[in-house]
Write a protein that binds this ligand. Structure first.
Ligand SMILES: Cc1cc2nc3c(=O)[nH]c(=O)nc-3n(C[C@H](O)[C@H](O)[C@H](O)COP(=O)(O)O)c2cc1C
Length: 378
């Protein structure tokens, strides 16, 4: 078995990293203890808090057999090899157009800001090159010899894979196409998380300006499997993500060649999750068919760039429908809408805040994480 294979073993359920609150160390530890793979979400999390989370998870798992858990990092644009250099060059026409589109979008949000009584951040803090503590997080991963690290939002340079491999980490990349999968393996990925369009949260399309693919997860999985080959050195563990809510769903992706399912939405109502009360209520309404649901009972979700400047799937609400003109500008748009989302959350306004969730949201269950792992295990 490869290094990656022996670390991730035969665990069929991975609790997806969920930045912005849901992924607590308590959730990560509970999932791993229950026989899954728990995850911490490093995206937008200050490095000192993240290091504490890793220590807490390790502490909680002391004495647990095969205590594997992962840490997931957002790849910031300057570290993302999928973005051409000329598009990132300061002062380039692409950069000027991007700044202009962010300014226009900001103007369109002023009425929302007035309604919620907040100020929108000014252009001086809307930085396309914000690093999210990238270097400090890589150094922490090396110093702490984190066992499993995955990347989303892009593909780091091969030298980053070399660095973390030297520290002993097994490395994963979330991919949304066969071409991304092949490049991720070229750079040194040991595990691929194959994310379909059904997934809740952000699409991990490596080029943030590209339109996300619509190939359903099962077909995408087959395409990635064919592209990386079977029985070769590139035959790495594949984790399938998107809309998987029960043991039948996990069994389906295992039969289709995945080694595990990476489930996010299924864990949003876990007792140990840090999901906000507003999102919990919205999900409970979705599950009971009293909100964010189609007449047939399925969840009403949609893809939007309105909240963050990157395509993401969430419960379909007013803000998403009214701001369809958001530019491809993460993290600027995310910073821009921060005060609006905070104020809407404080006001209990579920129509004006991002409620990330996948297409299976109507099947979400409130329970301890261990019970959710059991519900997902074929
Ligand atoms: C609330 C939420 C936050 C998410 N945050 C992250 C994240 O920080 N990193 C990441 O790689 N994926 C993130 N995702 C995407 C998941 O990794 C995964 O692709 C998705 O949850 C799978 O679809 P499902 O939600 O239908 O299970 C997030 C998903 C949700 C629902």
């Amino acid at each position: 078995m490869s290094g990656a294979g022996s670390l991730v073993g035969d665990r069929a359920v991975v609790a997806a990293p969920m930045a912005g609150g849901p992924s607590t160390w308590q959730l990560a530890a509970a999932v791993t203890r229950a026989g899954g793979i728990g995850f911490l979400a490093a995206g937008m999390r200050p490095v000192d808090r993240l290091v504490q989370d890793v220590a807490s998870t390790r502490g909680a798992l002391e004495g647990t057999e095969h205590a594997v858990f992962g840490v997931n990092l957002f790849v910031p644009e300057p570290a993302n090899t999928a973005v051409p250099g000329d598009r990132r060059a300061p002062g380039s026409p692409a950069r000027r157009r991007r700044a202009e589109s962010v300014r226009r979008y900001r103007s369109g949000l002023l009425a929302e800001a007035r309604r919620l009584g907040v100020e929108l951040p000014g252009p001086e803090v809307l930085d396309p090159d914000a690093m999210d503590g990238w270097e400090a997080k890589l150094e922490a991963a090396e110093a702490g010899a984190w066992p499993l690290v995955t990347f989303t939002f892009g593909l780091p340079a091969a030298s980053v894979f070399d660095r973390l491999h030297a520290a002993g980490s097994v490395l994963g990349v979330t991919v949304t196409s066969a071409a991304e999968a092949v490049r991720a393996l070229d750079h040194g990925a040991d595990v691929l998380c194959v994310q379909g369009p059904e997934a809740g949260g952000h699409r991990s399309v490596h080029d943030p300006a590209a339109t996300p693919g619509t190939t359903p997860l099962m077909t995408l999985l087959a395409e990635v499997r064919a592209a990386v080959g079977t029985g070769t050195a590139r035959d790495v563990p594949l984790w399938a993500a998107g809309g998987i809510m029960d043991a039948a769903g996990v069994g389906g992706v295992l039969d289709a060649g995945a080694t595990a399912a990476q489930c996010g939405t299924a864990f949003l109502l876990a007792q140990e999750a840090g999901t906000s009360p507003l999102q919990r209520t919205a999900l409970e309404r979705t599950a009971s068919g009293t909100g964010f649901a189609h007449p047939d009972g399925s969840a009403r979700t949609a893809l939007t760039r309105a909240y963050s400047g990157r395509w993401a799937r969430g419960l379909d609400n007013r803000f998403m429908r009214e701001h369809t003109d958001a530019p491809a500008a993460y993290p600027e748009v995310n910073v821009l809408t921060g005060p609006l989302r905070q104020a809407a959350t404080a006001a209990g306004d579920a129509e004006s805040v991002s409620l990330w969730a996948g297409v299976g949201a109507a099947a979400v269950r409130a329970a301890p994480a261990a019970e959710i792992v059991r519900h997902l295990t074929p």
